[in-house]
Design a protein around this ligand. Sequence first.
Ligand SMILES: Nc1nc2c(c(=O)[nH]1)N[C@H]1C(S)=C(S)[C@@H](COP(=O)(O)OP(=O)(O)OC[C@H]3O[C@@H](n4cnc5c(=O)[nH]c(N)nc54)[C@H](O)[C@@H]3O)O[C@H]1N2
Ligand SMILES: Nc1nc2c(c(=O)[nH]1)N[C@H]1C(S)=C(S)[C@@H](COP(=O)(O)OP(=O)(O)OC[C@H]3O[C@@H](n4cnc5c(=O)[nH]c(N)nc54)[C@H](O)[C@@H]3O)O[C@H]1N2
Ligand code: SF4
Ligand SMILES: [Mo]
Length: 670
Amino acid sequence: MAELRKAACPLNCWDSCGFHVTIDDGKVVKVEGDETHPITRGKICGRGRMLEKRTNSEQRLLYPLKKINGEFVQISWDQALDEIAVKLRKIKQTVGTTAVLHSHDYANNGILKNLDQRFFNCYGGVTQVYGSLCWGAGIEAQKWDFGNAYSHEPDDIVNSKNIIIWGRNVARTNMHLYERLLEAKKQGIKVFVIDPLYNATAKQADQFITVKPGMDGLLAAGMMKEILRLGLEDRDFIEQFTHGFADLVSLLDSITLEKISEMTEVSSEVITQLALVYSDRPTATYMGLGMQRYENGGNTIRLIDALAAISGNIGIPGGGANYANLQVGQSFAFNELTLPHRKQDSRQFSIMKQAEETLKASGPAIEMIVVTCGNPLTQVPDSGVVEKAFSSVPTVVVLEQFMTDTALLADYVLPTTTAFEEEDFYYSSMYHHYVNYGPKLVSAPGEAKSDLWIWTQLAARLGFGADFAYTRDEWLRMTLKPLEDSGITLEKLKEQHTMELPVEKVPWHNRKFQTPTGKFEFTSLLGQSKGKNGLLALAVPDESKWNNPLLAKTYPYQLLTIHPLRSNHSQNYHLLGGSLKLKVEIAPNIAEDQGLLNGDYVRVWNDRGEVRGYISILVKAHPNTINIDEGIWKRFGGSVNQLTSSRESDNGLGSTLYDCLVNLERIETN
Ligand SMILES: Nc1nc2c(c(=O)[nH]1)N[C@H]1C(S)=C(S)[C@@H](COP(=O)(O)OP(=O)(O)OC[C@H]3O[C@@H](n4cnc5c(=O)[nH]c(N)nc54)[C@H](O)[C@@H]3O)O[C@H]1N2
Ligand SMILES: Nc1nc2c(c(=O)[nH]1)N[C@H]1C(S)=C(S)[C@@H](COP(=O)(O)OP(=O)(O)OC[C@H]3O[C@@H](n4cnc5c(=O)[nH]c(N)nc54)[C@H](O)[C@@H]3O)O[C@H]1N2
Ligand code: SF4
Ligand SMILES: [Mo]
């Protein structure tokens, strides 16, 4: 008899959907949306549905593997754990615990996935990665401006007059915002999309504004110039609740609107018109993450925040500079779970430069890399260097569900469970503020074990078993401790499956900001305390004709590598079936200039590497722009990160994945 159970999507995504999962004969047979979920309301995307395939796939890793003479050999769990524990103990006794690099990302939104950090802290403190490939530049930017990065609750959107979707590929990456946009449009709320690509969201917009990639900060500066020229700014807000406005004014005075128009490749008329839209309050801004993956990414988000601030759109229903919603994750007892004080030693590599740092590390050199919830060989920039670094380290341990490009490089591959095979809570600090409960629904195939089981076993072998001597219930209760007063308990969550977290629904409505001055800061004291000048700037991407004219002559096209429609990063390509062809999407002018046709085979290259694929001419895109979706495995023609740079963003915490110039030419199919 088939059974229907409620569950939750574990994927790293804006939406954090509620599921209805059908189980038959001990197997997951279907994944659908839970129509009682207050935000996701029964609709889910193909990536969520495909979790059925991911769970049942014959490609699942079933046994611990060890590489011997270049070949993977099946070994027992005891052998794998004993050998890894011996190596960890030896490293600790000889060169010190920071000779271990913990390379991870956030492929699974389960709260107990953070126990890897507890393991490494209790072990003594390893080399950790800091910053984020994903959203690091913008998070830091909002911390400088507001003191934190908060979004309005999803249903607040109906209070807007205008909605600006700025660099977020909503129809593809954030489907429940897309649903709400369509509803808002029906109510007469105006929708504007600012993006170099004419994507599915742009098609639904009242107006699409194409912009030169990486130039959004300048565009925001242009709008601010016009708002001030026309006297449309919110004087009360500026005078009472902001710091550093005079610095902003002198910055805006240092450039003309004509120059901004030339650099952004947006006409002055459109800039003026958008200034009027911002002044016609409330205007909500929904920023995406693509546009901050540039050298100037932090400054870009800061200028857009400043635009929302001077136009009076902060702290009011229907407004907001919505980028991320960190208050969601901040609701849980993170320190109790991860025990940061147990670290005796520490070293940090930026997540962008983890490979270069590994290659040059000394005192101590990296002896072991442990990879959890990540596929760095595909996802980390400059993959040529990543491959070199991972191949150079004596022991690489990868906890995985599938034989990814990274797992192929490992010395030990430890097979892990998928979400329906273990119990956890799921939440996302990107969009809505509900936590979802995900029960264990089926048993894991073969000898696959949860990450938590692996940490528990290793901790016992290394003498800190007591730090992991908790039941699932106890772990989950530990994370909910700060929420008890709000009535959120494990029992209630198990019963209700999703619960609303006690967060600000209209952030900053009381105008009390979490910055050092307590105000919105155009000039950031936090930035200054970190050794920067804290000022806003008219900054451009590193790889642009404005900054590097010679490079721009050799490599005339800007390469974006946006998130794929049917895969969450690298997680689904091997399950899609059919023959996968790497698609090189190009702006129409490139096709005209080079006489390219759809289906032509081309190589795309720069000094860092080369990728080959088939031309697909976009109907509309900003001139000289190319896109290749990210996440593609080596065996399917990837990774596009062979082309991207590992430079860090202006504030040091974000990636510059889209700040990437390339050239392209047709070649013969081989
Ligand atoms: N289908 C799908 N959905 C996903 C994911 C996935 O892999 N697949 N991943 C999830 C994760 S982890 C994340 S971080 C989010 C990311 O969600 P998004 O922020 O929506 O995704 P991106 O693909 O980074 O880029 C979004 C948009 O930015 C535009 N863009 C690029 N450069 C610029 C620029 O300089 N200016 C402007 N204005 N726009 C620019 C791109 O053209 C694209 O339309 O998506 C989540 N959802
Ligand atoms: N060029 C380019 N590169 C990018 C991006 C881009 O837009 N362009 N986007 C960046 C962004 S936004 C992000 S968030 C990162 C994502 O980077 P990653 O998180 O590294 O990418 P994923 O492909 O989501 O997942 C990594 C692996 O985690 C495994 N996994 C899933 N669940 C579990 C689990 O429970 N336990 C363990 N041990 N493993 C698990 C999956 O099988 C998968 O192979 O990529 C970044 N890289
Ligand atoms: S991937 Fe995102 S949109 Fe798709 S089901 Fe999961 S949470 Fe929902
Ligand atoms: Mo991400």
